[in-house]
Design a binder for this molecule. Structure first.
Ligand SMILES: Cc1cc2nc3c(=O)[nH]c(=O)nc-3n(C[C@H](O)[C@H](O)[C@H](O)COP(=O)(O)OP(=O)(O)OC[C@H]3O[C@@H](n4cnc5c(N)ncnc54)[C@H](O)[C@@H]3O)c2cc1C
Length: 410
């Protein structure tokens, strides 16, 4: 059997690990644009200089060799013929598959801003190549602007904090991490970055990239009328899934990315998907899980994805830890909000009809395990006999005789 995995990141590598375990006598091929296996989540460590390229690798030593994986690296999948089961690569090579996993993830999206695609020294932060580019440019630049203050933008800023550069964040939303955090939790990070001298401009969009005579970015024109100096622009306003090679194929996509079911199957036989290529749940642990599940189903061992919460992020910036679940702000006044605060600690739970729809925990995250369990088990918090913030793990052992989950509502 010829198993082919396209993509050497969270989904693809974990799929290969699973295939190597479950199908040790079959042929495994990995195809990737990436020439080095690396975790995108720690690219900022490379930026700040605390890890080199080899320390970004998240596999065991000699993972590829030990598992007899044929790795075609530095090449892209450009086309897939699902009727003959042949892949075409950017170097013209053809690769035949019996089953293929498409785990091609996503790429930086450059929003439609004048000159953003033409100006030099404008880059995203998605791949190791981007981080290498940024680091190489550092000796030549003074004013660095990060456009978009989501998780990737903040990673970029944190990685660059200690170089003595002039750093500015420009964010369209009214606060840092507007998707994950409410105003209170954002403010703590904003203050912490301000203490490092990072300038922050919220409710502001970049409208035009102004270039010098050599074509390099020199200034940015902003929606508030200001023009700010910039000789390196890092674009972190979002991503688009890598599905270009599906054009003209019967494999279904939607506006986010490739479609696959909870088994990792697409609508076409022998074509599987996992990870950010779906554009749905773009976090590392989800991609890992989906890669493992798709690989299991490729070898005929049925596994189904049963995830319980669409968006969960855990982050540590400037040593401040936060966990965010779902939406951090109630959609309307039919939602109720519980808050508990103490110095350095902030807990907020949003619920409707007793079911948790969002939460932010900042400071000590020890409560997040309990919270995750409450969400996973869909516990009605309006029926709890204790305050939701006072629950501990022992409360979870209050099960009924037939092992139904009783909890402390009974
Ligand atoms: C800077 C940064 C920080 C992040 N921090 C966190 C974090 O703290 N926590 C968290 O949960 N998530 C984080 N994420 C998100 C996380 O990295 C992604 O969810 C995860 O990498 C998705 O894995 P994936 O395997 O689906 O795809 P990707 O990681 O996008 O990898 C795609 C792979 O496919 C290859 N590829 C793409 N197109 C082709 C093609 N046409 N042909 C061949 N190969 C191709 C690429 O080379 C790559 O190997 C971060 C992301 C970034 C960029």
């Amino acid at each position: 059997m010829e198993y082919v995995v396209v993509g050497a990141s969270a989904a693809g590598i974990n799929a290969l690990k699973t295939l190597a375990k479950l199908a040790p006598n079959d042929n495994l091929t990995l195809i990737s644009k990436d020439e080095a296996i690396h975790s995108r989540c720690i690219l900022h460590h490379y930026l700040e200089g605390s890890r080199d390229v080899s320390q970004l690798n998240f596999t065991d030593a000699n993972f590829i060799e030990k598992n007899n994986i044929r790795w075609l690296k530095g090449v892209s999948l450009t086309a897939i013929d699902t009727s003959t089961q042949v892949l075409t690569l950017s170097d013209g090579k053809k690769v035949v598959y019996d089953k293929v996993l498409l785990a091609t993830g996503a790429s930086t999206f450059f929003p439609p801003v004048k000159n953003i695609k033409d100006a030099a020294n404008v880059i995203g932060l998605r791949n190791l190549d981007d981080a290498i580019f940024i680091k190489e440019k550092l000796p030549q630049v003074e004013n660095i602007v990060v456009m978009g203050v989501g998780l990737v933008g903040i990673d970029a800023v944190e990685g660059l904090l200690h170089y003595g550069k002039d750093l500015t964040l420009v964010e369209f939303g009214d606060r840092l991490l507007p998707i994950q955090l409410d105003h209170k939790a954002s403010q703590r990070y904003q203050d912490a970055f301000a203490a490092y001298g990072v300038k922050q401009r919220y409710n502001t969009a970049v409208q035009e990239v102004l270039m010098d005579e050599t074509g390099k970015v020199k200034e940015l024109a902003l929606s508030d009328g200001a023009t700010i100096p910039c000789d390196l622009l890092i674009v972190a306003t979002g991503v688009r899934s890598n599905v270009q090679f599906l054009e003209g194929t019967p494999v279904e996509t939607d506006r986010f990315g490739m479609l696959f079911n909870p088994l990792g199957e697409t609508n076409v036989a022998n074509v599987y998907g996992a990870g950010d290529v779906s554009g749905k749940n773009p976090i590392w642990p989800a991609a890992v899980k989906e890669g493992i599940i798709a690989a299991s189903n490729m070898v005929g061992q049925k596994r189904v994805l049963t995830d319980f919460f669409a968006s969960k992020s855990t982050m540590t910036f400037l040593k401040i830890q936060t966990m965010s679940l779902g939406s951090p702000i109630p959609a309307d006044d039919t939602y109720q909000v519980e808050i508990r605060e103490s110095p350095g600690q902030y807990k907020k739970i949003i619920h409707k009809d007793g079911i948790i729809t969002g939460a932010v925990i900042q400071g000590d995250l020890s409560y997040s395990g309990i919270l995750t369990q409450l969400v996973k088990e869909q516990i009605r918090i309006d029926k709890l006999k204790k305050c939701v913030f006072d629950i501990n793990y022992s409360d979870f052992f209050n099960m009924t005789e037939n092992f139904e989950f009783g909890f402390c509502t009974d």
